[in-house]
Design a protein around this ligand. Sequence first.
Ligand code: ZN
Length: 99
Amino acid sequence: MDDAEKSRKKLEWLNSKWTQPRICPICNSTSWSVDQYSAAVPLWQASTLTLSPIYPLTSIHCNVCGYTMFFNDVIMGLSEPANIEPKKEGSEPKKEEAK
Ligand SMILES: [Zn+2]
């Protein structure tokens, strides 16, 4: 997928999902820009003190105050899921399930 197609898909996805008024929660502006390139956030494995694969995110920023939102590129259909090795048993704290 080239940059032009990726930009088109980002706008298409956002227009289909962002149906609420597009008002910045910080400055009340309605002027936004979708950044062409994805941001990359390394996933942190606290149990092993190592960095894991990069997580791709699409960023959108307010053109007035710079407030920035991030959307998951995998959910947006722009990237493949990260190839994370299965965790060893007991390496992650157990999450409590809601009852
Ligand atoms: Zn703003």
